[in-house]
Every structure is written in structure tokens, then in C-alpha cells.
Design a protein around this ligand. Structure first.
Ligand code: FAD
Length: 417
């Protein structure tokens, strides 16, 4: 017998108070923290893991997918970490593979330079909401629960965790059945220059043909030219924001990793050793808020332009089968804008949602979800939060023109502007 629920009350001490509190240190959260700090605001960045960079480091995604531009904070990251890849103009596409370890280190140092106070191992738990405003977030820290008070808040959790807790409506996955894109555990192999003894641990699968593989294809990158192989070949049908799904996915994805490595060692990569497995299985898609504007498949396909555009991308529609079939729906896209309104929940005056959890349909999010776009959205959110503070206005009242001007002042170039 167990109770259905408990009421749990606890007095929580305030740890810190900031102008802008950013929750989640992925591409969106880190960029938001930087741009808010550059706007002269005090910023707390709350991250549940030991590192910044989100899926790019934690899940070892470590390739920047091409989006048709290299601009703003994303451009700065490329310039400062891999100058060889920096295109001369802002309107070019690049798709570099990078070291997740170096990016992790770089982001730590960057936050120090930008005067962002980072709280690692701090997991958002809940919101204190009063009169349409979040007053504080409650966070689980190494010393127990603590409150972080703020004037404005930016949800960069990827799962819209803060927004959902504060009562913002949301959807999950495909409109017809709620299924999300599958999860993938990334891993790296290294050429040792000599034959490696292939090993298949107990409980794993012996894949014989490409068609047996979880994605029915071989998908890896060797762009670093140092004998490393970055492998994106596992596929687990799961929603990364659900308890039981994640429990299943972490064990199943690891089984697949050992099985795929064994397959590769038998099929062309006989001298490659399995050298690194990402600390967590990557999450492509979970929840989308319903904001003031919902980016749609139609917007992506027809190339919608908006007066309040804050990010631009031409990354393809890219849907790994939510049914965990061995198919991927990939469709080229010419380019479109993402409006500021897709980050703004109607229900609260001092919250923005940046990154992959913005207001978008399942198909539209499959295109806007890649890292460079999330950095762009985060940069816009940090500036918008600071404008809302300066103007003592609600997030939905932030003037688009001023926001875009400040983005340009911070190094963003809009195509066609
Ligand atoms: C397997 C896989 C392959 C991909 N391949 C590519 C690729 O090749 N190129 C590319 O550009 N993109 C790729 N993507 C997409 C891209 O990595 C993500 O969509 C992008 O990182 C999303 O950025 P984000 O900041 O919105 O969220 P995330 O990267 O998910 O970051 C969210 C952050 O919030 C933190 N967080 C979550 N909950 C809490 C909480 N309660 N409290 C505190 N912190 C919290 C997390 O720890 C994390 O650091 C891939 C994704 C996956 C999963």
C-alpha cells in the first residue's frame, strides 16, 4: 500500500538573488546568461549537472549542424574555439565536429569572464509564483533545497520544466499521439593502429547486417582527422522527460552502444577501440510550451519571415522515427525566421523559454532544435529579459525593434536585414 500523494512543506532559505535567473546551462541557457550579463544584469545560471553545454557536452553530440549562418554568440564560440572553421561572413553554413571536453572547459571560463555566477549540481525543483510573476525558483543543491530569487527568469531546461511548473500550457511530441523523437547514446571510438579484440558483453545484441542496426544505417563522423570516430547509431523509443522511459532508455541505449561498437569492430573498424560513452543518453525532444506564437511546419516549409525575428535557420526537417522504426524523415528547408513570441508564455510576465522547448509543432521543432539555433534563441532571451527589466514591462511587451537592435549591437547579423 502506498499513499497517492503527500503534501510537503519546507521553509527554504534564499541562496542568491539576481536580476536574471537562467535555469539550464545548455546552448540556450549559456547564451542567455552571457547576453543578459552583457546587458549589465546580475545573472545566476543554474545547472543540474557538472557541466555546461547541454546535449552538446553531456550527451556528446559534439557536431554543430549547419543552419545557414554563423552569427552572434555562436560565431564567437567558433572564433574562440575553432577559428579554422570560422567563415568570413555571417551567412555561411558550417558543420564542425568539436571536442565536448574543450567546449565544457571553454564555457566554464567564458562564464567567469562574463561575470555569470554558475551553480553546478543544482536542479530546479519548483517555482514560487505571485501575481503572474515568478518570484523565486526552488533548487535542490548539495546542501539541500535553496531559493533563487529573480526579477526575470529564463527556462533553458530543454524540457520547459520551469514553465510547466509555473502553469504554462504545453504539448509533448507528435500532435497525433504524443510520441517524441527517440533518444540516442553517443559514443566515441579511436583508431589504435592495430587489431582490437572485439567484445560483446552479456545482454547485448549481435547485429549482422546494416539493416539490423537500431537506425538501419551507419551514422558517424571522422571530421577531426585524429583517428576518432563519433558514433550516433543507437535509437531508443523513449521520452526523455518521463521517469519510466528514462529508466528504460539508459540501460537499453548502453546495450546498443556495446552492440554497435562490436558490429563496427567486425565491419570496417577492426583497429578501433571503444574509448568514450557520453555520461547520459541524449534527448532530442520532450515538451513544447504553447506560447504567443507557435512555429509550424508551414512556417518552416514556406520560409516565414517575422518582424520580431530573433533567430534564422535553414536546417532541414530532421525527424528520427518516434516509433523507433529504422527511418528518418529528412527534408531540405530554404530558410525561415523564428519570432520572439515563440519564447513568450502568455500566462506569466517575467518568464521566457529558450532553446528546444519553445512554442513549436513537432515537425517545426525537428528543424529548430539544433545547437546553433538554440544559442541564437538564448542570446535573444537574455537581451529581452534585460529590456523587460529596464522598461519595467512584461516579457510580451518587450519592443521587437529594440530587441533586434540590441542583438545587432551584440554581433548578430540578420539575413535580408
Ligand atoms: C543524440 C542527439 C544528437 C544530436 N545531434 C545534433 C548535432 O549533430 N548537431 C546539433 O547542432 N544538434 C544536435 N542535436 C540537438 C541539440 O543537441 C539539442 O537540441 C540542443 O542541445 C538543445 O539545446 P537546449 O539548450 O535547448 O537544451 P539542452 O541541450 O537539452 O540543455 C538543457 C540543459 O538544462 C539542464 N537542465 C535540465 N533540467 C534541469 C533542471 N531541472 N535543473 C537544472 N538544469 C536542468 C540540462 O542538464 C542541460 O544542461 C542532437 C541531440 C541529440 C539528443
Amino acid at each position: 500500500m502506498h499513499n497517492e500523494s503527500y503534501e510537503y512543506k519546507q521553509e527554504v532559505r534564499t541562496q542568491w538573488r539576481a536580476d536574471v535567473v537562467v535555469i539550464g546551462g545548455g546552448p540556450a541557457g549559456t547564451a542567455a546568461a552571457i547576453s543578459a550579463a552583457r546587458s549589465g544584469k546580475s545573472v545566476a545560471l543554474i545547472e543540474k549537472s557538472a557541466q555546461l553545454g547541454g546535449m552538446g557536452t553531456l550527451a556528446n553530440v559534439s557536431v554543430f549542424m549547419p543552419i545557414g549562418n554563423v552569427t552572434g554568440i555562436y560565431r564567437e564560440i567558433i572564433a574562440e574555439t575553432m577559428a579554422d572553421h570560422l567563415p568570413p561572413d555571417h551567412d555561411s553554413s558550417i558543420a564542425p565536429q568539436y571536442s565536448p571536453f574543450l567546449l565544457r572547459h571553454y564555457l566554464n571560463e567564458k562564464m567567469k569572464k562574463e561575470n555569470v555566477k554558475v551553480y553546478y549540481h543544482c536542479e530546479f525543483v519548483g517555482t514560487i509564483v505571485e501575481n503572474r510573476r515568478i518570484r523565486a525558483v526552488v533548487v535542490s543543491t548539495r546542501e539541500g533545497l535553496r531559493a533563487f530569487e529573480g526579477e526575470t527568469f529564463i527556462d533553458g531546461t530543454g524540457d520547459a520544466r520551469v514553465a510547466i511548473d509555473a502553469g504554462v500550457p504545453y504539448t509533448t511530441g507528435r500532435e497525433e499521439d504524443g510520441l517524441t523523437q527517440p533518444m540516442t547514446l553517443m559514443f566515441t571510438m579511436q583508431n589504435t593502429g592495430q587489431p582490437v579484440k572485439a567484445y560483446l558483453p552479456e545482454g547485448c545484441y549481435e547485429y549482422k547486417d546494416v539493416s539490423d542496426l537500431p537506425q538501419g544505417r551507419r551514422l558517424y563522423w571522422e571530421r577531426n582527422g585524429d583517428g576518432s570516430l563519433l558514433v550516433n547509431m543507437s535509437r531508443v523509443k523513449a521520452n526523455g522527460a518521463k521517469i519510466d522511459d528514462v529508466n528504460y532508455a539508459e540501460a537499453e541505449a548502453l546495450r546498443q552502444v556495446f552492440s554497435i561498437a562490436y558490429y563496427l569492430q567486425k565491419n570496417g573498424f577492426e583497429s578501433y577501440a571503444l574509448t568514450h560513452i557520453a555520461p547520459q543518453t541524449g534527448v532530442r525532444e520532450t515538451n513544447q510550451i504553447r506560447g504567443l506564437y507557435t512555429l509550424s511546419e508551414e512556417d518552416v516549409v514556406r520560409g516565414s519571415r517575422f518582424p520580431d525575428a530573433v533567430a534564422q535557420t535553414n536546417y532541414e526537417i530532421d525527424i528520427h522515427s518516434p516509433d523507433a522504426k529504422k527511418t528518418t524523415d529528412e527534408r531540405k528547408v530554404d530558410g525561415y525566421d523564428i519570432p520572439y513570441r515563440s519564447m513568450v508564455p502568455a500566462e506569466l510576465d517575467n518568464l521566457l523559454v529558450a532553446g528546444r522547448a519553445i512554442s513549436a509543432t513537432h515537425v517545426a521543432m525537428s528543424s529548430m532544435r539544433v545547437q546553433a539555433t538554440c544559442y541564437a534563441l538564448g542570446q535573444a532571451a537574455g537581451i529581452a529579459a534585460s529590456l523587460a527589466l529596464d522598461g519595467a514591462c512584461a516579457m510580451k511587451e518587450v519592443p521587437a525593434e529594440a530587441l533586434r537592435e540590441r542583438l545587432v549591437a551584440q554581433g548578430v547579423r540578420f539575413a535580408g536585414a
